[in-house]
Design a binder for this molecule. Sequence first.
Ligand SMILES: Nc1ncnc2c1ncn2[C@@H]1O[C@H](COP(=O)(O)OP(=O)(O)OP(=O)(O)O)[C@@H](O)[C@H]1O
Ligand SMILES: [Mg+2]
Length: 327
Amino acid sequence: MTALNTPERAAPARPAADHAIVARGLRKHYGTDHKRIDALLGVDLHVRRGEVVGVLGPNGAGKTTLIEILEGIRPHDGGSARVLSVPVQDAAGMKRARRHIGIASQQSALPPLLTVRELLTLQRTLFGSAVDVGALIDELGLADKARERVGNLSGGQQQRVAVALALVGDPQLLFLDEPTSQLDPQARRAVWAVLERQRDTRNATVLLTTHQMEEAQRLCDRILVIDHGRVIAEGSPGELVEAHCPGRVISFKADGETLPDLGGFTAVLHTAGAERSVRVEVDDVPAALGLLVDRQRAGQLTLDGLRIERRTLEDVFLKLTGRQIRG
Ligand SMILES: Nc1ncnc2c1ncn2[C@@H]1O[C@H](COP(=O)(O)OP(=O)(O)OP(=O)(O)O)[C@@H](O)[C@H]1O
Ligand SMILES: [Mg+2]
């Protein structure tokens, strides 16, 4: 369990010069040949020190499996992985390396009877770190709950404690499996700010998973999209959008129920609550704008609330992984 994850106090594992994580051809299956689930089918991953890398993918894609193999808590079947220069199957080496690793699991079971401050102070002592527990509690908006037993906290508050536990050991490398999935928008932003500070002031490396595209866009230097156990795309958020959804979306308020005829451009009626807008996906923005202005002059439409936007990471995700819900 995260909280009682005792590190060994021997000499730290020497990290590779510039890579915190190197994985090649990682494979993992669950079950037997009779009922086999191939969770990872040859995943390559390189994470440089100081990089924030996000792993995106639908439910069941293999994200938690990947992260747990890299944490050294789940064995793999094939390929290789080194974390802070230590092969993940080297149990003694990983125990030493864990002195420099912070982990927030997708489902962490926290000791319910300790208070927030007691738990974080205990973890700090185990890791021999000098992190200011009070400051961390403040940064994560937990000051009012510092003397509360962890078991009495709400789900989102417990998730913030789990993130604080990952940070209180002063780690070089953070593994965060959906660290903000239960957080309200304010708390999510507080976690983002803490992680950005970890990178910018301490050159910490972060590997995180998330289903929130805004989070990936905001935090990640680089993103891996995985599906069915394979990496299907990789790049910075901007690179992924330009590579997979390069066009723009032009939108304006809809006049009524019917779509205007826009020649060769395909428009769709988009409804958000009581507001309706016309959305047109275009590659050639000037050509589309020219046509829209002509139609407006001819009295065929009004261009109220005209917007031109880039496609988003969510568009990329849906394009790459499909719109079908996963079992
Ligand atoms: N302990 C296990 N035993 C058997 N199958 C497992 C086990 N853990 C995961 N799986 C299966 O392996 C696949 C990958 O699961 P994993 O938890 O890595 O997905 P994920 O990408 O983290 O999904 P989510 O977004 O829902 O967290 C899934 O099909 C899952 O059912
Ligand atoms: Mg998962």
